[in-house]
Design a protein around this ligand. Sequence first.
Ligand code: MN3
Length: 212
Amino acid sequence: MAFKLPDLPYKYDALEPHIDAKTMEIHHGKHHGAYVTNLNKAIEGKPDLEKMPIEELCRKIEKVPQDIRTVVRNNGGGHYNHSMFWTAMAPAGTKGGGGGMPTGALLEAIKKTFGSFDQFKAQLGDAGIKRFGSGWAWLGVANGKLVIASTPNQDNPLMKGVVENAFEPILGLDVWEHAYYLKYQNRRPDYITEWWNVVKWPEIEARYAKLM
Ligand code: MN3
């Protein structure tokens, strides 16, 4: 198998009460699991694609043979996005864990770009709320500057040619209904408000530092 479903770095119930255990179990095991299975099926027998790191596969999506491009875009995107999503969260309030605020260079850049941490949260949240149907809201870096964007389905900012302006994502917010419906039903804004309690800022700071 070229790609593998990564283990969660915490238990299914670790993000309670903000994200419930049943949602995490189905989201990780079934949804992410299916993206990995379908991606592997699509690229089977194509060693150049099977060997490629998932980031590179996303970046080079336009070079993927046309007959499998859509399947790879959806499922490869799904694999990358979710791998990044799980590791961007941690149990709320633990040391080095979820919630609170970033510090250092990332906090300074957020203030400079968006005015304040609260204004940044409002803007990213808004990108998620306004995404019609399924998709993601992103914080990333383009030309050394922080940017917020959103993508439909399992597209992501690495996918040059698919997204208008490609950039390096450092934080993704999954706004598919499968991410919140069991606990929040139609209340996507409530899910987003709660999600901030489990964002693992030390990890996002490290991703930011790597790019700067
Ligand atoms: Mn999802």
